[in-house]
Unconditional design. Structure first.
Length: 254
């Protein structure tokens, strides 16, 4: 159902089951999948593709030109998957150059006033709390939780199942499975609660805990820490990529 006060360009491709509330604006190149709800005063512009069963709350602005001085009118995209909740006044900018994409996966919760800048990539099942700012080219992997008012510097990657504390200033990559917080941000611990909620079994959690201690708390150089980990009794319990992925991190350790 499309409210009579909504403005939907004739060229937009909107599934018949989509609900569009009063005063929403849908641009010419927008595509919206089945059972999505677009609440009042939302603006969706540009080459934006939105999947199924999303709920986009009042005042959200999606697909508008990026806040990037290099932008020159390129035909870039925003792609959003299924089952996302995009709350009030969230802004999601299109990418900067032709053929590039700002991408959001499925099952995410973006709370009020979150800003997703150009060329960001967000995975699946993340929770990004109120007033978080993601600068350009940030990558958020699956099952990440980010506390309110955190700021993520451009080109930062946040690894899967990481948790970032509220008001943190994140200027370097965040390792998967870890809990970080502070300004500047520091790695504090393994994200034990997140690992349990994700259904990771006790044996794997214990092995990750040992890997974390060796890689982050031993004071060894990277090569020495990896060698020690290879000789740990927990080494066979993890795939080789899991501890190595933890070392992508450049966040200060304290």
């Amino acid at each position: 159902m499309i409210h009579p006060t909504a403005i939907v360009h004739p060229g937009a491709q909107v599934h018949a089951s989509v609900q569009i509330d009063p005063f929403a604006i849908i641009g010419e190149h927008v595509k919206i999948g089945r059972d999505t709800i677009i609440h009042a005063n939302t603006i969706i512009e540009g080459d934006t593709i939105i999947g199924e069963r999303n709920r986009i709350f009042p005042g959200a602005a999606i697909g508008l030109v990026p806040q990037d001085l290099k932008y020159n009118g390129a035909l870039s995209q925003v792609r959003i998957g299924d089952d996302n909740s995009i709350r009030e006044y969230v802004t999601i900018n299109r990418a900067t150059y032709d053929g590039e994409v700002t991408q959001i996966g499925s099952g995410n919760l973006l709370m009020a006033y979150v800003h997703v800048a150009h060329n960001c990539v967000i995975g699946d099942h993340t929770v990004i709390a109120n007033a978080v700012g993601l600068a350009g080219h940030v990558t958020i992997e699956d099952n990440v939780t980010i506390g309110g008012m955190a700021g993520i510097h451009q080109f930062v990657r946040v690894g899967t199942l990481a948790m970032i504390g509220g008001k943190s200033r994140v200027t370097r990559d965040v390792s998967p499975y870890t809990l970080v917080e502070g300004s500047p941000c520091h790695t504090r611990a393994l994200n034990q609660v997140g690992l349990r909620r994700a259904g990771m079994n006790l044996e794997t959690r214990s092995a990750l805990k040992q890997a974390f201690r060796i890689l982050f708390r031993s004071g060894l150089r990277t090569e020495e820490a990896l060698e020690k980990w290879r000789h740990s009794r927990h080494f066979p319990k993890l795939s080789g990529s899991m501890p190595l992925s933890m070392l992508r991190c450049g966040v200060n350790v304290n």
